[in-house]
Design a protein around this ligand. Structure first.
Ligand code: CP
Length: 316
């Protein structure tokens, strides 16, 4: 694997292989010394043109656990604010010897541009591009579902027949898109539930069912319910009347949460708008995997960095 730009092109065996390596990486987290020498002497640059808490910090933790050197670059406070282009920024990083670049960018397709450009000879990982994809989020979500369902017997398994309902702002969600492709590749059945205004106009090419009624979706007893963040920062119009109305119709409030099947898993990629798309009772419940998703993110990102950057190492 040279780059990780999307989950759409990821095959089933490749995806399961990455999740299995993430299981091995998770074992490292249980050791007293949580470090492997695998990427010693390599440099990972976290290139963030958009805000992030979980993704940036977990990529930093992942790279450090693999003994790589890490450079964190945030567009805020950099020469990007003086008008420096992606090309010049990338060439600056290349001159500093970056072996891997983790990029988050508001423009859909920016990681592909970087990977295809020849401006920098490094493995590129998409850490979220516009409304397009967020592949490591989907991989950590799949890893989390697989672990909840199969525990220590997860290795080698897909998600065949697992029913996943994804609720909310699908229109603006790169998490929804990456999850759709990955979960269906792994054999899961995906249903989207949202107000019509927060769904793409044409979903005919998406291998998913679509509904508008969250209560009906909950009555169908999904194995997993994944609540999406309302992405107010990407909204240039009124997509629903007001927050109270959204929460009343499409929020996982306490009453809806109580109607989920006892074994259902409640997921959210974070950051959460508590009281809008998810109640605190649901978010903080034993059914919730919100913090497991964060912890698993480090293992999955270690696996991604390992696959991209250790190929030419004799000691890998
Ligand atoms: N889930 C996610 O991408 O979170 P951050 O924006 O905090 O990285």
């Amino acid at each position: 694997m040279k780059h990780l730009l999307s989950t759409k092109g990821l095959g089933r065996a490749e995806a399961i292989g990455l999740l299995d390596i993430a299981e091995d990486m998770a074992d490292v987290a249980n050791r007293e010394v949580k470090k492997l020498p695998t990427l010693r002497g390599k440099t990972v640059v976290n290139l963030f043109f958009e805000d992030s808490t979980r993704t940036r910090i977990s990529f930093e933790a992942a790279a450090k656990r693999l003994s790589a050197d890490v450079i964190n670059f945030s567009a805020k406070g950099s020469s990007v604010s003086k008008g420096e282009s992606l090309k010049d920024t990338a060439q600056t990083l290349a001159a500093m010897g970056a072996d891997g670049v983790v990029i988050r960018h508001p423009a859909s397709g920016a990681p592909e541009v970087l990977a295809a450009s020849g401006w920098i000879d490094a493995g590129i990982i998409n850490a979220g591009d516009g409304t397009h994809e967020h592949p490591t989020q989907a991989l950590l979500d799949a890893f989390t579902i697989r672990r909840r369902l199969h525990g220590s017997a997860s290795r080698g398994k897909g998600l065949d027949g697992v029913r996943v309902t994804i609720v909310g702002d699908v229109l603006h969600s790169r998490v929804a898109r990456s999850n759709l492709w990955l979960l269906t590749t792994l054999g899961a059945e995906v249903t989207f539930v949202a107000p019509p205004t927060l769904l793409p106009m044409d979903m005919s090419a998406w291998p998913a069912a679509v509904g508008f009624d969250l209560d009906a979706a909950i009555a169908a007893k999904p194995d997993v319910i994944m609540m999406l963040r309302i992405q107010a920062e990407r909204m240039n119009a009124a997509f629903f009347p007001n927050s109270r109305e959204y929460s009343r119709r499409w929020g996982l409030d306490d009453e809806r949460f109580a109607r989920l099947a006892p074994a259902s898993i409640v997921m959210h990629p974070g950051p959460m708008n508590r009281g809008l798309e998810i109640s605190s009772a649901a978010a903080d419940s034993a059914a919730s995997t919100v913090l497991e998703q964060v912890a698993n993110g480090v293992s999955v990102r270690m696996a991604a960095l390992y696959l991209l950057m250790s190929g030419d190492r004799e000691d890998s």
